[in-house]
Structures are given as C-alpha cells and as structure tokens.
Design a binder for this molecule. Structure first.
Ligand SMILES: [Zn+2]
Ligand SMILES: [Zn+2]
Length: 339
C-alpha cells in the first residue's frame, strides 16, 4: 500500500454533505495553505480556512459550483494575498463580470493588495491568463496566452495538478492532485549511525530522487570543522531513508457517461488514493442521468473500480434521492467491489 505508515501531508474533505453543493477542500497539513475544487456553498468553511486557499480549481460554472466565489472574495479583500483560479472556457469573462458587478471606488486606497490570477483552460491544451488586482479596481490586466503540457496546470516542488476535459453538455474539468515522490529520514536511525543532521541530507534526497547508483559515495557532515564520514548511497537508502510514493487525490464532477468521458476519467484517476466522484442518480434513473449529463452511483463505482483507486467517495447526490442516501452509497460500493 502506498505511503503505508507514513503521515499524510494533505487532507481532502468535502465542503458540504453529499446533497449540498459540490466542493473539495484540500488542506496542506504542514503549511498554512489549501486548494479548493469548486466554489459552491462555502458556509461550512470558517474564514481562517478560506484564507489558507492559494489555488481554486473550477470544474465548470453551473451555479452550484461557482456561487461561493463572492463569499471567498469577501474574506480575501483587505488582505495581502495572491490567489490563482483555474477553470474552463469562458471563466475569464465570467470572473471579470462577477468582479465588475460591484463598486470598487474605495478599494484603491486600501493599504493591502489582493490579486486574483485567472487561467482559462481550453480543450486543445492552450489557454488564456489574466490578473485582477484590488489596487486597480479589478480591471483585467497582463493578459497572456498559456500552453499546458499533458494537462498540467500547476507544477510545484512537492505536487502537481493535472486537468482533463469532460463532456457535461458544456466542457467541464476534472482534476488530479498528485503529490510527488519524496524521501523521509528516520531521525533515530541517523543517530544510531552516528551521523549529524545537516545540509548534506538535502543533497542526499536529491541524489535518491535522481536515481543515482547505489555505490555513489556520500559525505555525511555536520558543519564547520567536521570532515564527515563517507557512506555508500545504497547503505544510507537502506538504513536511514524511506522513499514515499506521493498521494493522489482526484476530483470528478459533473460528467455524462460517454465512452470518451469514461476513458478520460479512468486515465486521470488511475491508482488514486482518493477518488471524489459525483454519483448524482440511482441507476434506475439512468435515462434522467444521461439527459442531464450526470453519472449514476453504479457508473461512478464502475469507473472507480476500473481506475483501481484505493478509496472512492461519492457526492453531488440529487435532492430527488433525499431519502435514498444508503441506496446511493450501496449501489456505488457494490459496483466498486465488482458485485
Ligand atoms: Zn453541472
Ligand atoms: Zn453540478
């Protein structure tokens, strides 16, 4: 099992109960930072949690996925903050119009600066980016074309985010958050080996992730005046290090059950530790699901099974099934188990 026995670095939580608006809050457990997928009803999130958000990933702008934009904006105003927002074709104009619907005559004199950078993604891998800054009354500025490789919209030291386009009567984005492989040290083992903690550990990490040969010499030293001791990389790998496969967290909503969507969802979600996926209707309502370009619980479970995910968490239940939550969950679980 991936990451077994290791402390996770990221905690994904649905913002609302499954009959409420969609949304996933991804908390960084070792940093004051979070990423949010979709901006539905954000009432359950305290201001301090909203303020941690550094990136917003929007699937599409049906109102249940975007109504929370104003709540977030309200909390961020008057703070020195930069936030990135990613979304499907049209999102740049939609954000611009949302911002333009308020009067900003006073905000230019605030001592603080809130900047929203919006990246609009297109199915051909191209995109458009512009920023909106409180200092200049949120006028659209610095517009530029962008190019995405393999759907990667954000690539940072310890994670990347990929997006895939799905058909939902309009283009809709599914997202995969992938923590990168990383190296952990067992501090007690370092002490046992009699080697100090120091900057050499950073170089050791890099050497392991680069895949340097096991017989490469590594000098372990603490600081000035310490000549250090030489070890074989392979020995250190065995005795003090642990290479951890990063976690993968995937967010899929809203999508029609078409062959194209199925293969895109399975490809994006393959081997995920968590798959959050809409399961809007019971399978008896599959015609309705098809007409509204949504998945049934059984379809969601089958996709999770095919993608080989570790856990599948359904959401975006239709209010039509308000009294059938156990049935929705059972249907998904049975399909996931292959029954
Ligand atoms: Zn929708
Ligand atoms: Zn929806």
């Amino acid at each position: 099992m991936k990451g077994e026995g290791m402390t996770p670095h990221f905690l994904p939580t649905l913002v609302n109960r499954p009959f409420g608006d969609p949304g996933l809050y991804l908390d960084f457990l070792f940093a004051r930072r979070a990423i949010i997928f979709d901006l539905g009803d954000l009432a359950p999130l305290a201001a301090r949690k909203l303020l941690r958000i550094s990136e917003i990933c929007i699937s599409h702008t049906h109102i249940d996925h975007f109504i929370g934009f104003d709540a977030l904006l309200r909390v961020m105003l008057g703070r020195d903050k930069r936030v990135g927002l990613y979304g499907p074709p049209g999102v740049l104009a939609q954000v611009e119009h949302r911002l333009a619907s308020y009067s900003w005559n006073l905000i230019g004199s605030y001592p603080t600066e809130f900047t929203l950078t919006v990246s609009e993604l297109h199915p051909d891998g191209s995109g458009l980016r512009a920023q909106f800054c409180s200092k200049r009354a949120f006028a659209r500025e610095l517009e530029q074309a962008i190019e995405l490789k393999d759907g990667v919209l954000l690539d940072q030291e310890n994670f990347r985010i990929r997006a895939s386009f799905l058909e939902h009567s309009i283009p809709c984005l599914a997202y995969a958050f992938e923590e990168k492989r990383h190296v952990n040290f067992m501090k007690n083992r370092l002490a046992e080996l009699g080697v100090p903690v120091g900057p050499w550990l950073t170089e050791l990490k890099a050497a392991v992730l680069r895949g340097d040969p096991d017989d490469s010499p590594v000098r372990a030293f603490g600081g000035r005046g310490d000549g250090g001791a030489i070890f074989r990389l392979g020995e250190l790998k065995e005795r003090v290090l642990r290479v951890v496969a990063g976690e993968k967290i995937v967010y899929v909503t809203d999508a029609a059950y078409t062959p194209e969507n199925r293969s895109r969802i399975v490809e994006l979600a393959r081997g995920a530790d968590y798959l959050f996926i809409e399961a809007t209707f019971l399978h008896v309502d599959q015609v309705r699901a098809r007409d509204r370009a949504h998945l049934t619980a059984r379809q969601a479970g089958e996709l999770a099974r095919e993608a080989g995910v570790a856990r599948v968490i359904p959401f975006h239940f239709s209010p039509r099934h308000l009294r059938a939550e156990p049935e929705l969950r059972r249907e998904l679980a049975e399909a996931f188990a292959g029954r």
